[in-house]
Design a protein around this ligand. Structure first.
Ligand SMILES: CC(C)=CCC/C(C)=C/CC/C(C)=C/C=C/C(C)=C/C=C/C=C(C)/C=C/C=C(C)/C=C/C=C(C)/C=C/CC(C)(C)O
Ligand SMILES: C[S@@+](CC[C@H](N)C(=O)[O-])C[C@H]1O[C@@H](n2cnc3c(N)ncnc32)[C@H](O)[C@@H]1O
Length: 376
């Protein structure tokens, strides 16, 4: 096998093989496709910055009102005519924008889903911090990074006593998570409706967006939120504004040091475990297991490594994102399953979500034996 692969590698690396493959009709489409894929890897950052310009200039909202001429767009975006033309050409090439009749521009097939999508727009805008850290990826991999913009953005990742973080320091990431939470919540709740449960404890539940979505779908469900005290302060305002004051109990603390509140029959960890290294992740899972009764259920939802069709999202995007953040790693469903078993859960199963790019989902239960060993 190794010999065949070595031969394949030598052929693919050979400049003359590449040229002949590109010229030979049956192999030309493959050669062109590979060259295009490699070019996209080389140029990906530039494409991202074209998208960032569109988002910052609110281009998609402008085009949602209807196709517009270059002159109109130039005024609307406050850009010189030539720059508008350059941006439109780039955006057309990336299918964010489409040329329409009479020299007008409209939404492209990848720009249309961006209209009103504050979640993706917020992700695009916060990438400034990520890309600043990724400017020298080798230094990052060698652990020689001096200062980290992303670690400042996610201060709990770098903080010995996260329970003492200020409300101001958690504002940026809490708002980003709230903006993107509805997409994630819909995926989870479509895959695992919560009607059969009595009370849901969302651990690291941020401003309570997931609980609010669950409340809408399961009107009898009681809600409990656990997060850092500063985040819980932000959740309080949202909860009261949503009319959930009497349905949602708030608990401020750190799952690294404090016990989780008991009383729920189902708990959730949404986009939490991948933030932490193995020992801490296991500690959190054990804390959740202790908070649940025998037969209790855990929903573990986050983007997962090795997701078929979205491999780059897990290992490349989140792998390097979390490296820059300074803690955690994306894990495969199989790795998470092993951790859940090690933490005392059983009957772990993966439930398919429609858009695994947003989140994967594992369901686990507290067995009778492990509930008896609650103190462990
Ligand atoms: C007849 C017609 C018109 C069409 C037929 C063809 C057809 C069916 C077309 C489909 C059209 C359609 C419905 C398109 C839909 C597109 C969608 C839903 C696109 C969604 C894209 C989502 C994206 C790009 C999500 C990106 C998410 C990111 C980058 C998340 C980052 C998360 C981070 C950084 C989380 C950090 C938390 C931490 C720190 C790791 O814990
Ligand atoms: C990536 S966010 C996910 C938030 C929310 N579950 C969501 O999906 O939108 C991780 C959450 O874990 C919380 N968190 C981090 N460290 C914590 C700790 N030691 N104790 C409690 N919560 C913590 C953060 O404040 C944040 O709200």
């Amino acid at each position: 096998m190794d010999r065949w692969l070595a031969l394949r590698d030598r052929l693919l690396a050979s400049r003359s093989f590449q040229r002949r493959a590109a010229a030979f009709a049956p192999t030309a489409p493959i050669a062109h496709k590979r060259a295009g894929e490699l070019f996209d890897l080389v140029a990906g950052f530039v494409y991202s910055q074209v998208l960032l310009a569109c988002v910052q200039l609110r281009l998609f909202d402008a085009l949602a009102e209807g196709p517009q001429t270059l002159e109109a767009l130039s005024g609307r975006l406050a850009l010189p005519g030539e720059s508008t033309e350059r941006l439109m050409a780039a955006a057309v090439a990336l299918r964010l924008v489409e040329r329409r009749g009479d020299g007008r521009f409209g939404l492209g097939s990848l720009g249309a889903p961006m209209v009103g999508n504050t979640a993706i727009a917020a992700m695009v805008e916060h990438h400034a911090a990520l890309y600043a850290d990724l400017a020298d990826p080798v230094a990052l991999l060698r652990g020689q990074r001096a200062a980290s913009s992303l670690a400042r953005y996610w201060p709990y990742a770098d903080e010995a006593s996260p329970g003492e973080l200020s409300v101001a320091s958690v504002a940026g990431y809490s708002a980003l998570m709230s903006a993107s939470q509805p997409l994630v919540a819909d995926e989870i709740l479509d895959a695992y409706p919560l009607d059969g449960h009595r009370c849901l404890l969302d651990v690291g539940g941020g401003e309570g967006g997931f609980l609010a979505s669950a409340a809408l779908r399961a009107p009898a469900l009681q809600l409990m939120l656990f997060d850092l005290p500063a985040v819980v302060e932000r959740a309080r305002a949202r909860r009261d504004a949503a009319g959930l004051t009497h349905r949602m109990q708030l608990f401020g603390g750190s799952f690294l040091t404090d016990r989780l509140p008991e009383g729920a029959d189902v708990a959730s960890l949404v986009r939490v475990i991948h933030d932490h290294d193995d020992a801490t992740a296991l500690h959190i899972l054990r804390a959740v297991r202790r908070a649940l009764p025998a037969g209790g259920t855990l929903l573990l939802a986050e983007p997962m490594a090795g997701t078929p069709g979205a491999e780059a999202m897990g290992d490349a995007y989140f792998g390097f994102y979390l490296l820059a953040m300074g803690r955690g790693r994306p894990r495969s469903a199989a790795a998470l399953r092993s951790m859940l078993l090690a933490a005392g859960f059983d009957r772990v199963r993966q439930v398919k979500t429609r858009m695994p790019l947003q989140t994967g989902l594992l369901i686990a239960h507290v067995g009778i034996a492990s509930a008896a060993a609650k103190g462990v």
